[in-house]
Design a protein around this ligand. Structure first.
Ligand code: PEP
Ligand code: MN
Length: 338
C-alpha cells in the first residue's frame, strides 16, 4: 500500500508510522518529496484492517491499497475467464447458458411440462425454487424437499442440470444432494455463513446481487466462496432497488461490464426478477446477451397467470421458445452461441 504523510510531519512522527508499518508485517520504503513524504509498504495486503490502522494515525493523509481487496475473484489472480461446470453444463465458455424454469416448483405436472419445453427450445439448465424466500410469511413458501425430488426427476427425464436456492446453512447438505448449482438469493447475498456453507458443499455457487448491494460488496461476498476453496462461483445480476418504481427492480446491466472487467468468474443475468414484468423480459435478455453475459436465468411457467409466486414476470412456454429464437442472432453477433 501507499501511505502519504501530511505536510510538516516531524521525523519522530514519520518514524512512528514506519515502525507501525513494520509491526504490521510490511517492509517500508520511505520517499521524501519536496512537500510530502510517501511511504511504500511492501508485503501481502492480507487484511484491510491494516489500512484502517494506518489511516487512524493523525500524521497520515491517505492510505491507498495496491492489491485488490477481492483478491481471488479478481482478474489479477486469474487473468483468463473461468468456466464453471454444473452437472455437465459449462458456464463461461462460448455458449451462453440459459437456465430456465418456474420461479417455484409447484407440482410434478407444472415442472415436467416446463422442463421438457425449455429443453426443446434450447435451455441448458433447469431452474426452480423449492425453498422460497417470500417477503410475506402468508405466501407460498415452496414444496421443500418434495420440490427438490421433483427437480431431480425432471433432470432424469430431460438431462438438464438443476439450479435451486437454499435459504439456510442447515439446508446446504440436503440441497447439494439434489442440485447441480446452489443459488444464494438476493436476500442472503451477505449472509456469509450461508455462503460459506454453500461453498463447502463443493457445488457451483450462483451468488445473486443483494438488492441494495454495491458491486464491490458483491465481489467481496463472492470472495468467501473462493476463500473457502470452491473455485466454482458465478455472479448473478438480478436488479437493484432504486427510486424507479415502474419496474420491480432496476436491472443494472452495467454490472455485466464491470464484473467482467474486475473478475474472471462468469456473470449471469436474471431479467425476470430484474424487471418484474413478463413483457420486458425479452428486451432485458437482448441487452444482457449484447453486453456479454455468460448465462441468463429466466422464469418460465406453463400458465403464468396461475403461478404461486412471481406471476407477473414469468413468461409462458411459447414466449420462451420465441425469446430463444430472437436471442440467437444477437448471441452470434457477440461472438457467442446459444
Ligand atoms: C428467484 O430466483 O426466484 C428469486 C427469489 O430470486 P432473488 O433472490 O433474486 O429475488
Ligand atoms: Mn422468482
Amino acid at each position: 500500500m501507499i501511505i502519504v504523510l501530511k505536510s510538516n510531519v516531524s521525523p519522530e512522527e514519520e518514524n512512528a508510522v514506519v515502525e507501525e508499518i513494520k509491526k504490521l508485517g510490511y517492509q517500508p520504503h520511505v520517499m521524501h518529496g519536496v512537500a510530502r513524504t510517501v511511504i511504500g509498504a511492501i508485503g501481502d495486503e492480507h487484511s484491510h484492517c491494516d489500512l484502517d490502522v494506518l489511516n487512524a494515525w493523525p500524521q497520515v493523509e491517505s492510505v491507498t491499497p495496491v492489491q485488490k481487496r477481492h483478491k481471488l475473484v479478481s482478474r489479477e489472480a486469474h487473468p483468463q475467464d473461468s468456466t464453471v461446470n454444473a452437472g455437465g453444463a459449462i458456464v463461461g465458455g462460448k455458449k451462453i447458458q440459459v437456465m430456465a424454469g418456474p420461479c417455484s416448483v409447484e407440482s410434478e405436472e407444472q415442472l415436467m411440462k416446463t422442463a421438457h419445453a425449455v429443453k426443446a427450445a434450447g435451455a441448458g439448465m433447469l431452474r426452480g425454487g423449492a425453498f422460497k424466500p417470500r417477503t410475506s410469511p402468508y405466501e407460498f413458501q415452496g414444496l421443500g424437499e418434495e420440490g427438490l425430488k421433483l427437480l431431480a426427476k425432471a433432470r432424469e427425464e430431460t438431462g438438464l442440470p438443476i439450479v435451486t436456492e437454499l435459504l439456510s446453512q442447515d439446508q446446504a447438505g440436503l440441497v447439494a444432494e439434489y442440485a447441480d448449482m446452489l443459488q444464494i438469493g438476493t436476500r442472503n447475498a451477505q449472509n456469509f455463513q450461508l455462503i460459506i456453507a454453500a461453498a463447502k458443499t463443493g457445488k457451483p455457487v450462483l451468488l445473486k446481487r443483494g438488492m441494495s448491494m454495491r458491486i464491490m460488496e458483491w465481489l467481496l461476498a463472492g470472495e468467501y466462496v473462493l476463500a473457502n476453496r470452491n473455485p466454482n462461483l458465478l455472479f448473478c445480476e438480478r436488479g437493484i432497488r432504486t427510486f424507479e418504481d415502474y419496474t420491480r427492480n432496476t436491472l443494472d446491466l452495467s454490472a455485466v461490464a464491470i464484473v467482467k472487467a474486475e473478475s474472471h468468474c462468469p456473470i449471469v443475468v436474471d431479467p425476470s426478477q430484474g424487471c418484474g414484468k413478463a413483457s420486458l423480459v425479452c428486451s432485458m435478455c437482448r441487452g444482457a446477451v449484447a453486453m456479454g453475459a455468460d448465462a441468463l436465468l429466466i422464469e418460465v411457467h406453463p400458465n403464468p397467470a396461475e403461478a404461486m409466486s412471481d406471476a407477473a414476470q414469468q413468461i409462458d412456454l411459447d414466449g420462451f421458445a420465441a425469446l430463444m429464437e430472437e436471442l440467437r442472432p444477437i448471441a452470434e453477433s457477440a461472438g457467442r452461441e446459444l
